[in-house]
Design a protein around this ligand. Sequence first.
Ligand SMILES: *[C@@H]1O[C@H](CO)[C@@H](O)[C@H](O)[C@H]1NC(C)=O
Ligand SMILES: *[C@@H]1O[C@H](CO)[C@@H](O)[C@H](O)[C@H]1NC(C)=O
Length: 355
Amino acid sequence: MAKVAIISVAIAALSVLVGERVLNISKRHLVFREVANKHLPNCVTLKNIEHGSEDITILCNGLAFISTGLKFPGLPTFDVPGRIYTLDLKDPHLKPVELRMPRNFDLESFNPHGISVYTDPSDDTVYLFVVNHPQFKSQIEIFKYGKDGASLVHLKTIKHELLHSVNDIVAVGAESFYATNDHYFSNEHLKTLEILLLMPWTNVVYYSPNEVKVVSEGYHFANGINMSPDQRYIYVANIFNHSVNVLEKKEDNTLTPVKSVTLGSLCDNIEVDPKTGDLWMGCHINAKKLFLFDPKDPPGSEVIRIQNILSDQPVVTQVYTDDGGVLMGSSVAAVYGGKLLIGTVFHKALCCDLK
Ligand SMILES: *[C@@H]1O[C@H](CO)[C@@H](O)[C@H](O)[C@H]1NC(C)=O
Ligand SMILES: *[C@@H]1O[C@H](CO)[C@@H](O)[C@H](O)[C@H]1NC(C)=O
């Protein structure tokens, strides 16, 4: 009798624990979250972009770089190689142009993810940094943007044991950058388990040819990373903590935590408006809809802006939302000249007027 009672109590306790765990996971993934549509005027989908536009970055002259064709375990993907496009936002035709890749570069396995641009102040050379996952591994490619404006020159592939599951990067020199790792484990099965448990085990790594080190840790899937216009602060999207972290960059390239800003959404990449310093983020409304893709109940899109992030009262604004009828799985948002460009993990890209 006593034995049965003990077993019942044990089962009850275990159920509570499992139930609590499931509830915690549901909260982290925002599985019950729905938001009403909030559209913007004059939105057009970009020509030629059908298989994702996971990351976008815009130069001060209005030229956007777009990475397409990401294959990410657990998310819908298409059997097309990755490509890099440019889009001149000053041209009203809004026509993305595919950049010609060098012959010595393996295009078949190109699987581009986060991108970042570094402009050399001495000669205005534009370097494009791309997180690449050939066969789901992680490496960083550094390209030079061709003088002809239509091609990329491959300079270097960077691999390092600390750069084991890179999601995004921010370039801080011609050969140096900060990178986020979105997983702790490298093994495929453990990675899947990790997506469910979402322990705060992921980090940010600093890379330069002379030094590679972990500079910040404790993230529930570190995602987008970017820098303030004065280059003093680094911003990291802590996607499954529904927050963005502000860190101060030190002389020795280490990062000291400043604050965390709550967003209430699953924000992915971060772009920074060079004029205002505002952060623009492409966010996921609900991770369940993203991972358990159902075309009849698609994942939606959400764009969030943060103003005055360094002040005591940052202003967090939801600028755009869609239930997936127009745009599925937004991962990035960037602004130029009154226009908002929104990219997605595996769907199209949208360009809207802000007013
Ligand atoms: C669920 O989350 C709460 C608060 O976030 C935490 O204290 C608790 O340990 C978690 N439970 C499980 C089973 O992970
Ligand atoms: C996670 O979010 C909470 C609430 O916004 C915040 O207090 C905490 O600092 C965040 N943790 C990290 C590691 O960013």
